[in-house]
Design a protein around this ligand. Structure first.
Ligand code: AMP
Length: 341
């Protein structure tokens, strides 16, 4: 059986605990500064200590992974800390589809895939001069909402952008992406697609808690207006949500459309965990502003199994464990190459 490895951050604990529960060897690529934290967890069999996660591309690290027949589980930290070329050059087999991670990081490609999947999206605005309603300005990649800002016109855009540049939050030559602000109840829909079973599973829903935007919502508007800080959408944590059951049919449809679109645009498709992120408006109409083409940290709230997976499995099944289960089944049936890239 292969060993399971991941980077020490994001959802590493859940991924490795799930792998251990499935009887697989676990390896953590761990920054030296976090060694003490991760040593607390007995289900981590081996730590590869690094100064930076990029060392995963170096021979030394790769040969340890190779000796253990490792499958690497990608998550948000991999995308945040490495560019697409680096990720694609990883020699260790990556669970899911490493080629689709480029489509997650690049806003133009992302929009193309979401359109192909027929996901209802907020309109994007190409030039700051065209801003004529409330928009959110976003960075590329998996920035986790840090440095995002809200504006309603070009002047506002320039002022806030300049402020964030001078504060060192964003850089001057960074290409920003502008999208209409969609108001409603946040819902991050978490799925798993198994190419072995050719079946889509709906795992759960989470909401993100983001600072400082949430903190601002707790004080009167008078005080909000006095703050001269540009509020960010930096994710601090997640909490669970269950949907009205009448919404589930559309949730499955969106997931299936996404899987179909990915199959068309980026071989071998959307295998493994993914997430469609958006809001439900007052008519329960969903607008999606993002997707993640790998496990999301919001699945950490269901380390002991999610409400929807308790309908599918008669055992505690986290997303980390579901991944390990897929790897086990694929290995036993000699199909590992169908679920890794
Ligand atoms: P993202 O990196 O796109 O997931 O965005 C980070 C956070 O910004 C999300 O969790 C939302 O709170 C917020 N956000 C992003 N895009 C939009 C949008 N178009 N409308 C409303 N909120 C958004």
């Amino acid at each position: 059986m292969p060993a399971i490895a991941t980077l020490g951050s994001h959802c590493a604990l859940q991924v490795l605990k799930g792998a251990k529960d499935e009887g697989l060897k676990t390896i953590l690529v761990c920054e030296k500064k976090r060694e003490k934290l991760y040593r607390r967890f007995p289900f981590i069999d081996e730590l590869i200590l690094v100064d930076s996660f990029k060392e995963i591309l170096e021979k030394k690290c790769q040969s340890t992974l190779e000796q253990n027949d490792t499958v690497l589980i990608p998550h948000g930290t991999l995308i945040a800390q490495m560019n697409s070329e680096e990720i694609e050059s990883i020699k260790t087999p990556v669970f899911g589809n490493k080629w689709i991670l480029r489509w997650e990081s690049d806003r133009v490609m992302k929009e193309k895939l979401m359109k192909e999947a027929n996901l209802p999206m907020p309109t994007s605005v190409l030039e700051p001069k065209d801003i004529n309603k409330l928009v959110i300005v976003k960075r590329q990649g998996a920035a986790g909402g840090k440095g995002y800002f809200l504006v309603a016109n070009e002047d506002d855009y320039n002022t806030k952008r300049n402020q964030l540049i001078s504060e060192g939050v964003i850089s001057k030559d960074e290409t920003l992406y502008i999208q209409e602000y969609a108001a409603g109840v946040l819902a991050y829909l978490q799925y798993f697609y198994s190419p072995l079973k050719e079946e889509l599973e709906f795992f759960g829903v989470d909401q993100r808690h983001e600072s400082d935007i949430e903190g601002l919502a707790r004080i009167p508007s008078e005080q909000q207006l006095k703050s001269n800080k540009v509020p960010s959408f930096n994710v601090i944590g997640n909490s669970p949500l269950v949907l009205r059951e009448s919404l589930l049919e559309e949730v499955y449809n969106m997931g299936e459309n996404f899987v179909d679109a990915a199959k068309k645009l980026v071989a071998p498709g959307m295998n493994g965990p993914f997430c469609i992120e958006g809001v439900y408006d007052e008519n329960a109409k969903f607008t999606s502003f993002e997707f993640s083409a790998r496990i999301v940290a919001g699945t950490n709230i269901y380390m002991d199994g999610s409400p929807y997976y308790s309908l599918l499995f008669n055992e505690s099944m986290s997303m980390g464990r579901r991944i390990a289960r897929e790897i086990k089944i694929a290995t036993e049936s000699n199909q590992l190459d169908r679920i890794t890239t």
